[in-house]
Design a binder for this molecule. Structure first.
Ligand code: 1GP
Length: 240
């Protein structure tokens, strides 16, 4: 499975991608098979697994169970180095470029190397940019960083391009899990018009209309977690 090549091909063909985000701290493993069946019947193309924290070290177990139940690519979206599981297909190797906290710019990445250097996980270098979703999100609290204002599209763009110029393969515009305001169409389109690598957008997207807006503005892959956690009937709106 070559996750990155598939994302690039989809981008080239104009095929939009949707990742369902599963938080190991919140998912009920007893319900997982039924939940994954709903994912399979929807337009979702990827399963992302992660959260800001994983206090009970559930990630490895959750990844194994999910891998046994799906053919979709399973990609780690880790809050920190403890959330790395060999059983996934790939990992978003994130640097929080909007923040100025060295722990999330480079320290966690260095700590991850002993776990990654002999692993078969596909590593996806990702510039992660937190944008103000009008609610203090877990990412903000845990990373102790400030998001960029939605209106400051110049800074959002320059941060995204600094990521691309540094060799990141993906840029992720993040309003934060459960954000009140999703990343604006303006911010998405400004970044997409100037970026040469695929663009991921997530945080606060909870309707088909918002998903469509993000795609139309230029998101190549959208990530949705909370909306499915709160109401699994949302999958009905996103049937294949
Ligand atoms: C959060 O971008 C993801 O990291 C998804 O956000 O939970 O608000 O869908 P939601």
């Amino acid at each position: 499975m070559n996750i990155y090549q598939n994302i690039l091909s989809a981008e080239k063909e104009g095929k939009k991608l949707l990742a369902v985000l599963i938080d190991p701290e919140k998912i009920d493993l007893k319900n997982i098979a039924a939940f994954i069946e709903k994912i399979h019947q929807s337009i979702a193309t990827h399963i992302f697994i992660g959260g800001s924290t994983d206090i009970d070290n559930q990630t490895d177990n959750v990844v194994s169970v999910i891998k046994n139940n799906t053919h979709l690519p399973v990609v780690l979206f880790p809050g920190d180095v403890t959330q790395i599981s060999e059983n996934a297909d790939g990992i978003l190797f994130l640097s929080l470029l909007s923040g100025r906290n060295p722990e999330y710019l480079i320290e966690q990445q260095i700590k991850a190397v002993p776990r990654l250097k002999n692993s078969t996980l596909e590593i996806l270098p990702t510039g992660y940019i937190l944008i103000d979703g009008k609610k203090e999100t877990a990412t903000q609290k845990v990373s102790n960083t400030k998001p960029i204002a939605q209106e400051n599209t110049e800074l959002i763009l320059n941060t995204a391009l600094a990521g691309e110029f540094s060799g990141k393969k993906l840029i992720y515009l993040e309003a934060g899990s459960g954000a009140t305001e999703a990343v604006s169409q303006k911010a998405i389109s400004v970044v997409k018009k100037n970026l040469s690598i695929p663009l991921i957008v997530g945080g606060g997207i909870r309707s088909k209309k918002q998903l469509k807006n993000a795609f139309e503005a230029g998101a190549d892959l959208v990530v949705i977690g909370t909306a499915f956690e709160n109401d699994e009937t949302f999958f009905e709106d996103l049937k294949k």
